[in-house]
Design a protein around this ligand. Structure first.
Ligand code: 5GP
Length: 184
């Protein structure tokens, strides 16, 4: 048994860039502990409570904020999202690498709270590709698409704050880069 601390890897980037695809592929590797966030948004079809997210009410979320449950939390597209702190600390202490897939405001908070975190920004191959991905998402209304596009453009401007930039050309390449970062 190793007593070394695991690494905290923060994977961020604009909404629609494909972070969740990377995470679901990465789950096939045994290298990481994946934090399960709490959110006030409604489950999408197929999302299971406790696996995709802990789905909570606004009141429950506020209570969790007040009880300092979260390592970070932020609002994104009208819902709140937060990373439960204790599970992350426990996994790191057990020597596991922890992956947080979160938006940019939360990523900034993690860097402040845990300066050793490895900050990774996932970039789209081009702005046009990101816009196409957001626009083609079947479930959103035109207003919501416009809001997501505006937000994504703002989020892209945060790339320079991160230690590592990965371009999402090929899922396998991104996975390899993350596995290497954890091992380095
Ligand atoms: P979605 O609703 O599409 O699952 O996620 C929307 C955004 O929230 C994504 O950018 C995702 O990375 C981010 N997100 C998911 N969990 C958390 C969290 O615990 N904290 C923060 N700050 N963002 C999160």
């Amino acid at each position: 048994m190793s007593s070394a601390q695991g690494k905290l890897i923060v994977l961020s980037g604009p909404g629609g860039v494909g972070k969740s695809t990377i995470v679901s592929e990465l789950k096939k590797f045994d290298h990481f502990y994946f934090s399960v966030s709490a959110t006030t948004r409604q489950p999408r079809p197929g999302e299971i409570d406790g696996i995709a997210y802990h789905f909570v009410s606004d009141a429950e979320f506020s209570q969790m904020v007040d009880s300092k449950v979260f390592l970070e939390w932020a609002e994104f597209a009208g819902a709140k999202y937060g990373t439960p702190k204790q599970a992350v600390l426990d996994a790191l202490q057990q020597g596991k690498h922890v992956l947080l897939e979160i938006e940019i405001e939360g990523a900034r908070q993690v860097k402040q709270a845990m300066p050793d975190a490895v900050m990774v920004f996932l970039q789209p191959p081009s702005m046009a590709e990101l816009e196409a991905r957001i626009t083609n998402r079947g479930t959103d209304t035109p207003e919501r698409i416009a809001a997501r596009l505006a937000l994504a453009r703002q989020e892209m401007a945060a790339a320079g704050e991160f230690d590592h930039l990965l371009i999402n050309h090929q899922v396998e390449e991104v996975i390899q880069a993350l596995v290497s970062l954890a091992a380095s």
